[in-house]
Design a protein around this ligand. Structure first.
Ligand SMILES: [Zn+2]
Length: 172
């Protein structure tokens, strides 16, 4: 899915007007492979390079706004929920599509369970409320999953131990 399509889905599921939300905005530190933290001034480094894309700012004719805790999160793929684990701001939901591409939607609150099916645009959960310096936002990662994985052990720590190669979740 192109990133603009994901903007359209987010706008629609949250009933935002087109003049409020036309496209996502990104700053250094929000992209795949970025080394810096975007939520602090200066050049503070992340503990590990960024595994995906962070969605926080968006813009429309009325100017720039940001996502809010409680915003609904639309799926960007058709697939099945295979895992859900805690992350440092909420939980991470793992969805695999028919090609075993795995999308991870992080820093969210969800009531979906392993085995649930999702479709493009269906609601995955909500942006989680956070405490501390990192504002509520959505993180999305993508990687190729193994056919024989035991999903009950999959966590962020496990993914890093496996040295998973993350790819761009949108475009192409
Ligand atoms: Zn992130």
């Amino acid at each position: 899915m192109e990133i603009q399509s994901f903007a359209n889905l987010y706008r629609e599921i949250n009933l935002l007007a087109g003049e409020q939300f036309s496209s996502w905005c990104f700053m250094p530190g929000m992209g795949l492979g970025d080394g810096n933290k975007w939520w602090v001034d200066g050049a503070e480094k992340r503990a590990v390079v960024h595994e995906g894309i962070d969605f926080f700012w968006y813009e429309g004719q009325r100017g720039r706004s940001h996502v809010q805790p409680g915003d609904f999160i639309p799926s960007c793929c058709d697939g099945k929920v295979v895992a859900c684990c805690p992350d440092f701001l909420g939980c991470s939901l793992f969805v695999i599509d028919e090609n075993f591409s795995c999308f991870v939607f992080s820093h969210i609150f969800t009531t979906l369970l392993v085995g649930d099916l999702v479709t493009v645009g269906s609601q995955l959960g909500k942006i989680a409320q956070t405490n501390g310096p990192v504002p509520p936002h959505l993180h999305v990662s993508k990687f190729m999953a193994g056919l024989d994985w035991d999903w009950s052990v999959v966590t962020w720590q496990w993914l890093h131990q496996q040295q998973i190669a993350f790819v761009s979740p949108f475009g192409g």
